[in-house]
Design a protein around this ligand. Sequence first.
Ligand code: 5MM
Length: 340
Amino acid sequence: MDTALLSQTAAAMLGAGKGLLAADESSATAERRFASIGVECTEANRRAYRNLLFSTAEIERFISGVILFDETIRQRADDGRPFADYLNARGIVPGIKVDGGAKDLALCRGEKVTEGLDGLRERLAGYFELGARFAKWRAVITIGDDLPTGACLAANAHALARYAALCQEASIVPIIEPEVLLDGGHTIERCEEVTEAALRATYEALAVFKVRVEYAILKASMVVSGKACARQAGVDEVAERTVRVLKRTVPAAQPGVVFLSGGQSDLAATAHLNAMASMPALPWVLSFSYSRALQNPALATWKGQAGNTRAAQDAFHHRARMNGLASRGKWTPEAEKRPA
Ligand code: 5MM
């Protein structure tokens, strides 16, 4: 474990006014995203789309790191360089999703546990060789009448901790992502309770498995009202509840927390981050690690047509710039009126 490298990587990922682009959609997720714009989900199209995002002019001003999928880290940019080298040369840290996906948790109907620990040590060594300096593992927690169960929280926390320990051993910064889904009719109070329980379970497991939180980054879901809940909490309430839960559970020794967007609208994800990053005296850097909330307008503009590349890049640049502002607490609705 090279602690100097781990510190350097975490610091680069958490650079001021920057955040992460989650571009690690697995094939099934990419299929759904491409279907929404009527584009065939071939390997060539996935490469072309990722190339469009990664080659956007000046994106390194707002994007500090990109989470890649296994297929993508083995693909090349238009100029022939492997994507990891291409990003690195632009000052963007390449990272890699290493989980094997969320699978049904035995005897726990409606719940998932993320798999992928078998052979992970060897896979991490391979990814390091390919240039990855951070990794990501996502656990999925569903809120329901009697959910989550203790079994679901314990199984996912255990897996996240063993993953994180293996990453640090390999000098790769682990992003630890216990995502509480926003699907359902639950209240924001219930989301706060479940998020706190999930984070408590996660940090207890990290301590048991000797993970050094100084060299880890949390990818958190925000505390929000369930999508189908009649009362939708406003921006300030989401920010206050989310930060309250983080303060109760996340050690100050950890350098940063990046948020997922989880199906929030693009503007809500930006406004929520901005409200949290505006709060005084937080012990960690707060930023973004969005997939949909960064990519939605770009994907919709691109539509698989090479002629739309420039316009799609402009759309991506805009959302990255807005979220870069939000990570400094400097975003305003007026800033949405382009251009820069
Ligand atoms: C890119 O989406 C990631 C999960 O992909 P798979 O479900 O295909 O494995 C996901 O972990 C993502 O990184 C986070 O949820 C953030 O994405 P959103 O869209 O929630 O910001």
